[in-house]
Design a binder for this molecule. Structure first.
Ligand code: ADP
Ligand code: MG
Length: 620
């Protein structure tokens, strides 16, 4: 016959697991105990609304840290709800029993309004104290009528002792007898740092009292009694309409260590199917830390005001790493240690929503505050371009936000603005890749376009080179690179003339092809040029020279696609070259014009020493 049994748990080992294996950092014990204190105050405040005996004295709700370096103890004290002996045994004598969760659930059943958002729910956080302490004493006095103080103490090895307590004020104090190697937790600066990191937005003041400081002969010494260690202002939790611009700015500077004013502040309160809050800032300048693609330090994740982490890769796509700010959600499925997010469906949804909102805000900025958007494009435009390359979901939206310097006036233009300014006879959007703006402006490949009065957009940053290959059309208009293939501008009559010239120039083109056969792919006559004798163009499928140089610089293998030398049959130099009958002189001139074509696109001639010799010979 089948029978159902309960699992047996070896309590001692279970406790051992919680203490030694759950958390990767010992310091989080403080986060857990402060969170418990905050929950206890929340609960007291809530009950006081309907029960006058809970807080008749109208207390100032506070959390105190008492560090005693001489006694090697750290005490975390609150004037929250407290526990009586029964509650203590329930809450602290049972692993994985959460009084906070039971409280919240009891309230939910009754559909009570304004249930406080409690932090605790797993019922194990308290035991983190044993990571740093070999003895923990809890003294508590429950708020309300006819309560007796109680004491709970344990060395964390499977047993605890209950006793009559000594507390006279309602609330709880938890005293940790620090292990010999954990004495840093009585140090003022260690405590300040930990509170700042994990508990800065706990809604009650956390005050530090240091007692019996080292090297101090006075009996007690109390420091910084009046100024809380935490800032308490979880600005993102407040209604948008109530937050003043200077408050945002102060938060950006003081809490997030941003410099100056932020370029854009985005306060998100998502409601409905996906609930989260976020306060995001776009800075005006690039910080060094943002340049690292592995860096995700821009955003910190909080769950119910408690810091969870700032290296949450899934929170934003990498290209948004310039954002600074916080994201807070009550719904996130934290695991027991609050370290790793067990299931990232919600995180993924937040990421999609955040990205969408940032893109929308940027589009609005581009429309309503063009100067701000120009600042953004100059400082952070490369991140957007990286996004264009990597963020498939948002490619189209990002494309509209990209800006490129143009030929006509060196301004930053969007593809849309460029297209709208195109004269009617212009059928394509022209672009050119180059190392610098100057090199782009002076490229011989632009001569025919300049003669037509057409504008050109330049790709000049390393990130530009990366995405150049991805541009083929915009809003049904083809995108043509000025140094690739046919520009589609040659008239029928000109084509005829070119064909006629081809016969005439055949001996010359053949001679050039033979002489340069190791370096170029082909030689042909062109209408692309008006002032220069020749230029180098790429196969439509080939890498741009700028991209090629970038890949070489970082030691990447570069595919061997050779360029095409285009010559201008109307140029006097080409004409005289065709007529040149002195073989060695002709050879030198061919090497010279080829070398110049290389220089014009920013590359060195393949054999610079030889090029110099040729120039010197010709100068003689
Ligand atoms: P959790 O916070 O997830 O509920 P903990 O192990 O941190 O789990 O705490 C267990 C329970 O002990 C809490 O739910 C609460 O009922 C009780 N408790 C802990 N600290 C305090 C405190 N400072 N004041 C009142 N009750 C507390
Ligand atoms: Mg807790």
């Amino acid at each position: 016959m089948a029978k159902t049994c309960a699992f047996k748990a070896e309590i001692r080992q279970m406790l051992d697991l919680v203490i030694h294996s759950l958390y990767s950092k010992k310091e989080i014990f403080l986060r857990e105990l402060i969170s418990n204190a905050s929950d206890a105050i929340d609960r007291a405040k809530y009950l006081a609304l309907t029960d006058a005996t809970i807080a008749p004295e109208g207390p100032t709700w506070e959390i105190h840290l008492l560090a005693d370096a001489q006694a090697h103890t750290l005490t975390i004290e609150d004037n929250g709800l407290g526990m009586n002996a029964t509650e203590m045994e329930e809450a602290l004598g049972t692993i994985a029993k959460s009084g906070s969760k039971a409280f919240a659930e009891a309230l939910k059943k009754g559909e009570e309004p304004n249930i406080p958002e409690l932090i605790g729910k797993f019922g194990v956080g308290f035991y983190a104290a044993f990571m740093v302490a070999d003895g923990v004493t809890v003294e508590s006095l429950r708020r309300g009528k006819d309560q007796q103080p109680a004491r709970w103490s344990s060395t964390g090895d499977g047993e605890y002792t209950m006793d009559v307590g000594t507390r006279t004020q309602p609330g709880t104090s938890i005293t940790l007898h620090l292990r010999a190697d954990q004495e840093q937790f009585t140090d003022e600066w260690v405590l300040r740092d930990l509170v700042h990191r994990y508990s800065d937005f706990i809604a009650y003041p956390i005050l530090l009292k240091e007692i019996g400081e080292k090297n101090n002969h006075e009996e007690t010494n109390t420091v910084n009694d009046d100024k809380p260690l935490n800032t308490m202002i979880a600005l993102w939790k407040r209604p948008k309409a109530e937050v003043k611009p200077e408050e945002y700015e102060a938060f950006y500077q003081q809490t997030l260590h941003g410099s100056g004013e932020p370029l854009l502040t985005l306060h998100i309160a998502a409601e409905g199917a996906l609930e989260y809050r976020a306060l995001l800032f776009i800075p005006k300048t690039v910080g060094m830390e943002m340049l690292m693609p592995g860096n995700r330090h821009g955003l910190s994740l909080y769950v119910r005001n408690v810091f969870i982490g700032n290296e949450i890769e899934a929170l934003t796509p990498a290209w948004l790493r310039f954002l600074k700010g916080v994201v807070d959600s009550s719904d996130l499925p934290l695991n027991v240690s609050r370290e790793i997010l067990q299931d990232d469906v919600i995180i993924r949804k937040i990421r999609t929503d955040l990205t969408r909102r940032v893109l929308k805000a940027l589009a609005e900025m581009a429309k309503d505050k063009p100067e701000d958007f120009e600042t953004f494009s100059i400082a952070l435009g490369d991140f957007l371009k990286e996004g264009y390359h990597s963020d498939w979901e948002n490619k189209e939206k990002i494309l509209d936000l990209l800006r490129f310097r143009n030929l006509k006036d060196g301004k930053l233009l969007s593809l849309r603005a460029y297209k709208e300014a195109m004269p009617q006879e212009q059928k394509a959007i022209y672009m050119l890749s180059a190392d610098t703006l100057q090199a782009a402006q002076q490229s011989p490949c632009l001569e025919q376009l300049k003669a037509h009065g057409f504008d050109v957009l330049f790709l000049t940053t390393p990130v530009d080179q990366f995405i150049a290959g991805e541009f083929s059309e915009y809003d049904k208009t083809p995108i043509v690179f000025a140094d690739k293939g046919d520009l589609g501008l040659t008239k029928e009559a000109e084509k005829k003339q070119l064909e006629a010239s081809e016969k005439e120039y055949k001996p010359l083109t053949e001679a050039i092809a033979k002489q340069l056969e190791k370096t170029i792919k082909d030689v042909r006559l062109t209408t692309r040029l008006t002032d220069s004798p020749c230029c180098l163009v790429q196969d439509p499928a080939a890498l741009s020279p700028a991209m090629r140089r970038m890949m070489e610089a970082v030691g990447q293998p570069v595919p061997e696609d050779r360029q095409i030398l285009e010559i201008n049959p109307d140029h006097p130099l080409i004409k005289s070259l065709a007529a040149d009958s002195e073989e060695s002189h002709k050879k030198d001139v061919i090497d010279l014009i080829y070398g110049q074509a290389c220089l014009a696109e920013g590359t060195l001639p393949p054999d610079p020493a030889h090029f110099n010799q040729v120039v010197n010979r010709l100068l003689k």
